[in-house]
Design a protein around this ligand. Structure first.
Ligand code: NAD
Length: 506
């Protein structure tokens, strides 16, 4: 508690009561620590009915913000990046305390926010359109990109601040205001971010009021945000059922969505794999963030010739994993978000056993870890790759391992799940590597060679296919989702030639 109080004070978080046992009203959201279940405090929350007025305020902000030149908007984002640099440790501490990330990963999450700020600053001078050859004389045909409107960001608990930054920094430089519906499991993280923004924005007269609003609350608040016609883009990150619901709600009003949903990521270990490197990539991918990344490695297909060696090495690495308080030096595996997540893990392991799997480790830990948290030993499961449980994303550290004989079969297994986020192959054979990356290889949005499935850089577009939702965020040309494309034709001649040579003489 001491830690968090100091960090919150330095971050200037105003609307939080950190008194344990604070009596709650209907309009408060309680923050619990994933580390030990302690009540960290409460934040004010909104009810779904508040979304309408919030959207109206955002639309007023939009009218002003879209008139600010993009490089000036970028300068504001530069200041956000600097403020995040200044508060990196404090914000990371809140991420660790609230959602249980180990310190290194929490620092990495804030660094990702800083990186996307830098990226967005550059982008603010690079929102470029095309000039296209016109078929008509004395005509100029070109594309213009304009600010889109209010962007609604719905985020998940496992990246409580970085995913917001991926969206909000791009939205800001593109000229859009943001309404953020953070995870109800990470309300303090959102309050801390809002405090940082409040102070940065106060320094800039070009920033309109309500450029950024936070709608703390439950799923019903997310539903209201998705349903509002005044929200031009709904960018939603979370589970597949949540994305399906958002897609239906936004689709029914013909709005725009950007969906970043669940993954069920696989890696292939080929005969030529460098096992030292592969084992490190596999273990980080499978147990990092306690298996609670959308890109977590969940399925491993090992060539039969390397299977015994890989299983032995994995068992040995898993046996030595330092599991415990995520803020303690040396811990590599912190807690799951809550007891319900631990129950889901045990249910998945029971299902795996019932489907013929052999489970190594995977037990719930009660001693040697802080009491009140949901600590588990990451599980390795030797199982046939076509067992039904392997097609399901269980948001916990379970790695299903199977063997294969032919690469084509392993690629087919890689693709034979509803989700399509991340994938990897460990091989030194260039033919295998290129086949995996080719049009007939992995069907995922992220295809890696000699790197695990998790740990993407912000410069690339991030997202996946099929049930993962098809959205792309962060780098490359993802910014286009936050802008409105205009095709513009200018006739600077004295004739009016029609396209396709149509004659229409009056
Ligand atoms: P979740 O779906 O339970 O909640 C995510 C957010 O959606 C929360 O803010 C929640 O309040 C809101 N929400 C829930 N139902 C809603 C609805 N019907 N309409 C509108 N909003 C709604 O997910 P979670 O447990 O917080 O996160 C874990 C899931 O998120 C995993 O499936 C993981 O793979 C996925 N995830 C995906 C990515 C990605 O980039 N692809 C990144 C992080 C997490």
């Amino acid at each position: 508690m001491e830690n968090i109080s100091q960090a919150l004070v330095r971050l200037g978080v105003m609307d939080i009561t950190t008194t344990v046992g604070h009596s709650l009203t209907d309009q408060s959201l309680v923050s619990y620590s994933a580390i030990d279940g302690t009540q960290l405090g409460t934040v004010g929350m909104v009810l779904p009915g508040a979304i309408g007025p919030m959207v109206e305020r955002s639309q007023v902000a939009f009218d002003a913000w879209r008139r600010v030149p993009a490089p000036v908007r970028g300068d504001v984002v530069r200041a956000i990046g600097n403020a995040l640099r200044e508060h990196k440790e404090d914000l990371a501490a809140i991420v660790s305390l609230e959602v249980g990330k180990i310190t290194q990963e929490a620092l990495g999450e804030v660094q990702e926010m800083i990186d996307i700020c830098d990226y967005a600053v550059g982008l603010s001078r690079g929102l470029t359109g095309l000039t296209i050859a016109s078929e008509r004389p004395n005509h100029r045909l070109s594309e213009l990109w304009h600010p889109l409107g209010v962007v609604g960001v719905i985020s998940a608990f496992n990246f409580p601040v970085a995913v917001w930054a991926w969206n909000a920094m791009l939205a800001f430089v593109c000229g859009d205001p943001v309404i953020w519906k953070p995870s109800e499991k990470a309300p303090l993280c959102a309050s801390a971010v809002q405090s940082i923004l409040r102070r940065v924005f106060a320094e800039y007269s070009c920033v309109p009021e309500n450029l950024h609003q936070v709608a703390q609350g439950g799923a019903d608040v997310g539903v209201a945000l998705a349903a509002h016609r005044g929200v031009a883009l709904v960018s939603a990150t979370g589970s597949v059922p949540m994305g399906r619901s958002v897609a239906e709600v936004v689709g029914s009003r013909l709005g725009k969505v950007l969906l970043e949903l669940g993954g069920n990521n696989a890696a292939i270990v080929a005969p030529s794999a460098d096992l030292e490197l592969a084992i490190r990539g596999i273990v980080f991918g499978a147990v990092g963030t306690c298996g609670q990344r959308c890109t977590t490695l969940r399925r491993l297909h090992v060539h039969a010739s390397r299977y015994a060696d890989v299983i032995d090495r994995l068992k040995s690495a898993y046996a030595r994993l330092p599991i415990g308080n995520p803020m303690a030096n040396g811990t590599l595996v912190g807690p799951l978000i809550d007891a319900r997540a631990a129950d889901s893990m045990q249910a998945a392991l029971d299902a795996a056993r019932a489907q013929g799997g052999v489970v190594h480790f995977g037990e719930r830990l009660v001693s040697g870890v802080p009491s009140g948290g949901a600590y588990v030993h990451p599980a390795l499961v030797e199982i046939s790759a076509d067992a039904p449980i392997c097609k399901v994303e269980t948001f916990a550290p379970i790695l299903y391992v199977s063997s294969y004989e032919h690469l084509d079969d392993a690629i087919a297994l890689n693709n034979d799940v509803p989700q399509g986020l991340s994938s990897a192959i460990f091989t030194l054979d260039v033919r295998e590597a290129e086949l995996f990356c080719s049009a007939v290889g992995s069907d995922c949005g992220i295809v890696n060679v000699n790197i695990g499935t998790s740990g993407a850089e912000i410069g690339g577009a991030f997202g996946g296919e099929k049930d993962t939702g098809g959205g792309r965020e962060s780098g490359s040309d993802s910014w286009k989702a936050y802008m409105r494309r205009v095709t513009s034709t200018v006739n600077y001649g004295t004739e009016l030639p029609l396209a396709q040579g149509i004659r229409f003489d009056i």
